[in-house]
Structures are given as structure tokens and as C-alpha cells.
Design a protein around this ligand. Structure first.
Ligand SMILES: Cc1ncc(COP(=O)(O)O)c(C=O)c1O
Length: 387
């Protein structure tokens, strides 16, 4: 394994305290939370506690939290669960959404829904004026739902969700935000953001993989994706992943308690990283003019292939990603950068560094030193090909 992990937007290491909280629910407390006996009641109580912890992280009430198998399921649940019943209408999704929003949106198009993209400015922001325009253009056919992510997984650009939600509400539509990357890195407040639904994922905040949540306003009429034994108030059938949910709860509690410290430390580290990066000739940092997550930097060097650079850095002991890790196997140019108006040749070279609370200044210095060498080596290779 590469010894320096700088890919926390792809996934984070499990916090030791989270593992400790989970272990009893994988061994001793193995009951099914639907069972009436004591073992079942133990599992139920653990889920109830975790629901409170996750709700507290985003200032919601526990009754608003529906546990899912992760951010992908939460995103599918909101898009499909709000459009399952009734005639097709119109939905608006931002052009920079994660594939777990854009995928279901495009599937809806096949069943007659009109799907409109909300574009961003050069810094990756969806501004309210632009959204207002899209909503107005669609005023004749009713817009049912708008989905705009709180923070982008590739660039880290953060949107003003409360302002966007106000626009959406003025048009009588529902507003969803994918807060998977924001939660645990910046304050996230469900009531203040004024959205109807919000997606979360445990493994982005030092919790386990395979568990997440959709936080919903009780006023919305959501249909389940999975019918079954009535779990999660009938909105997500299936025996609960008790240990995973317990881990999510503990990770949420730790993230809430340690948010300010982590945020300050991360921002200082990122500032140091960007100061060093800006000394590399021609290197471009994306979204630098916008508010961004404190841990994320996405950059490119013209003429350098991002994938080649990521592989070279991995061999030298540094784990980073090119474009979005979730779609890296498809090896396509980042749709996020293209939507921001970045030229495809430059987007092809994009590399994302996402810091975590375990990273140090020494690691950042070592990373930049190696990066400089690898860029020089790759540039020499390109030059020799043309010689
Ligand atoms: C913005 C965003 N939304 C959703 C997801 C999917 O979450 P999960 O991995 O829990 O399915 C990710 C994961 O990369 C993400 O970055």
C-alpha cells in the first residue's frame, strides 16, 4: 500500500473508536432489531442511539433519518422515491452531481421525465440567478424536484444551498442536497439549509462502508425502493445493518465533536499544499475562486496525463486520484471540470488530493517534492517522444 494516503474524498480510514463501538454488534449482540426478545431489543436500542447521533450531526430530529446502504442508495431513494407515483414531470439536477444522482436522473428520462441540467460558473458554483432562470424556463411544466450537491467530491466547491433552496421553494418544487462530502468537513445544518431531503454516507467521515442515510422532511411523500418487513418506517425494507449503523452513529458523534479542530488543521495543511503547488510552473488549481471544503485540492498541469501522474505517484508511495475515484475505472474526462468550462485537454490532466485528519505537514512537503520530480520526468518523456 502507498504509505501516504491523500484520497479521503474516495474513502476514509475507520476511526479506532468507531471500530470499538461496532465490534460487540458483530459478535455478542447479534439479535435482529425486529425481534421481541432481549437480544432484539439490544439491537433496536443501538439503532435508536445511532439515529440520534446522525440526526445531531446535521441538526435534524431522529425521526427524519432513514438509514440506507450508503450515499448511492440515499440518492437513488430520493430521486426514484419522489417520482415513482404520479405522471412524469420535470426535474433539475446540477451538471456536476455525483453519478449516483446523474445516473437515476437519466433513467427517469427514459420513463418520460424531463431532466434539465443546472450549469455552473467557471468556479463550479451553481448561482441562484442561473437556477432561477432554469426554473422560470420550466414554469409551464411543473418542476417536481431539484437536486444540487452541497460540496463537490472532485473540486471540493461548496454551494450556497440555503439560497438555492429558497429559489426552489418559491417555485413550489422540492429540494434535495447530496451532503455526502460536506458532512464531517464543514458544518451541515438540515433545518437551516431549508432542503426537503439530504443524503449522507458513513465512510466519508471515518465510519464504515455500506451505510448512509437520507434525512427527510416529514412533509414529503416518499415511496420506498425496497419493500420488505417495514423497517425504517416502511421506507427501507431489509434487516438493519446494526453494526454498520452503530459505526455510522459513533463516526457522526466524533465528527460533530471534533469538527472545528479538524477543519482548522485541514485548512492550514491545504493552504501549505496550495502555496507549494502554486510554485509549480503552469499548474492550475480548479475552483480556487469559490468556497471549498478545507481538505480538497484539484489541479492539473497542461500536457501531463492525470492517470499517468496518479500511477507514478502511487509507485512513489502517495495515494491520490485522477478525476473522480468512483468513476476512475471508466477512464473518462471529469464531467465536473467539463461542466465548469475547463478544456478537455486540461481536464484530462486533473489530479485530486483530499486530506484527512491523520495527514501531516511533512507528508505534504514530501508529496510536493515527489510531484515535482514526477512532473519533470513525465514532461521529459513527452518531449523525447516529439524529438
Ligand atoms: C458526492 C457523493 N455522493 C454520493 C457518493 C456515494 O456514496 P456511497 O459511496 O456511500 O455510495 C459519493 C461517493 O464517492 C460522493 O462523493
Amino acid at each position: 500500500l502507498a504509505s501516504v494516503y491523500l484520497d479521503h474524498n474516495a474513502s476514509t480510514p475507520l476511526d479506532e473508536r468507531v471500530l470499538e463501538a461496532m465490534l460487540p454488534y458483530l459478535t455478542t449482540y447479534h439479535g435482529n432489531a425486529s425481534s421481541r426478545h432481549e437480544a432484539g431489543r439490544f439491537a433496536r436500542a443501538a439503532i435508536d442511539r445511532a439515529r440520534e447521533q446522525v440526526a445531531a450531526l446535521v441538526g435534524a430530529s431522529p425521526a427524519q433519518v432513514i438509514f440506507t446502504s450508503g450515499g448511492t442508495e440515499a440518492n437513488n431513494l430520493v430521486l426514484k422515491g419522489l417520482t415513482l407515483d404520479g405522471p412524469p414531470g420535470r426535474i433539475i439536477v446540477s451538471a456536476i452531481e455525483h453519478p449516483s444522482i446523474r445516473g437515476p436522473a437519466y433513467r427517469l428520462r427514459r420513463s418520460g421525465w424531463e431532466v434539465v441540467d443546472a450549469h455552473t460558473d467557471l468556479n463550479g458554483r451553481v448561482d441562484t440567478a442561473r437556477l432561477h432562470q432554469v426554473l422560470e424556463e420550466s414554469a409551464n411544466s411543473h418542476t417536481r424536484l431539484v437536486s444540487i450537491m452541497m460540496a463537490n467530491n472532485e473540486t471540493g466547491v461548496v454551494q450556497d444551498i440555503a439560497a438555492l433552496a429558497a429559489e426552489v421553494r418559491a417555485f413550489g418544487a422540492l429540494m434535495h442536497t447530496d451532503a455526502v462530502q460536506a458532512a464531517g468537513k464543514v458544518p451541515v445544518d438540515f433545518p437551516a439549509s431549508d432542503v426537503h431531503a439530504m443524503s449522507l454516507s458513513a465512510h466519508k467521515l471515518n465510519g464504515p462502508k455500506g451505510v448512509g442515510a437520507l434525512v427527510v422532511d416529514k412533509s414529503i411523500d416518499l415511496a420506498p425502493l425496497l419493500d420488505g418487513g417495514g423497517q425504517e418506517k416502511g421506507l427501507r425494507g431489509g434487516t438493519e445493518n446494526v453494526a454498520g449503523i452503530v459505526g455510522f452513529g459513533m463516526a457522526a458523534e466524533i465528527a460533530m465533536n471534533e469538527l472545528e479542530g479538524r477543519r482548522t488543521a485541514m485548512a492550514a495543511l491545504r493552504e501549505r499544499l496550495e502555496a507549494r503547488l502554486s510554485q509549480i510552473p503552469t499548474l492550475v488549481i480548479f475552483g480556487q475562486g469559490a468556497a471549498r471544503l478545507p481538505n480538497t485540492v484539484m489541479f492539473a498541469v497542461p500536457g501531463i496525463d492525470g492517470e499517468a501522474l496518479v500511477m507514478a505517484l502511487n509507485r512513489a508511495g502517495f495515494a491520490v486520484s485522477s478525476g473522480s475515484a468512483c468513476s476512475s475505472h471508466e477512464n473518462k474526462v471529469s464531467h465536473v471540470l467539463l461542466a465548469m468550462g475547463v478544456a478537455p485537454e486540461l481536464a484530462q490532466g486533473s489530479v485530486r488530493v483530499s486530506l484527512g485528519s491523520g495527514n501531516t505537514g511533512a507528508q505534504v512537503e514530501a508529496f510536493v517534492g515527489t510531484l515535482r520530480n514526477e512532473i519533470r520526468r513525465l514532461q521529459a518523456m513527452v518531449a523525447s517522444r516529439w524529438a
